[in-house]
Design a protein around this ligand. Structure first.
Ligand SMILES: [Zn+2]
Length: 135
């Protein structure tokens, strides 16, 4: 399957491109506000808490827990060919939440608070996605 056939991909430009650049190097980093110290995700110019535009790409431990999930049985985009699939929101221990998947766990076994750890999925030569495994 080529990139043109698979699910929609993130545009690797701007702050989003920087975030995926860290994933490409198998480093999980999030913007951490220079004004108030909070992590923010998805990548954006301004801190939602204090309005500062200052930040650093701060490393994350990759440890987190399942915050919530949902399973899609009928895709609303024609390029999501494989259904059902389960989308999971993981809350990292530093605070940011990411929309992702947890591999190796049946939906029936997902639990709020399930401990997970980050892994890097090298999709192809350009794109690495963040996924999780049970810790
Ligand atoms: Zn802030």
């Amino acid at each position: 399957m080529s990139a043109a056939d698979g699910p929609p991909r993130p545009r690797l430009v701007g702050l989003t491109g920087e975030y995926y650049g860290w994933l490409r190097r198998h480093e999980l980093r999030f913007q951490r506000c220079s004004g108030c110290g909070r992590y923010r995700h998805v990548p954006r110019e301004l801190c939602a808490a204090c309005g500062s535009d200052g930040f650093e790409w701060a490393p994350s431990s990759g440890r987190g827990e399942v915050f919530t999930w949902t399973t899609t049985y009928r895709a609303m985009h024609p390029r999501f060919l494989e259904v059902p699939f389960t989308s999971v929101v993981v809350e990292l221990e530093e605070g940011p939440r990411v929309l992702t998947s947890v591999e190796g766990v049946d939906e029936a076994d997902l639990r709020i608070g399930l401990a997970v750890r980050a892994v890097f999925d090298d999709v192809d030569d350009e794109l690495t996605l963040l996924r999780f495994l049970p810790a």
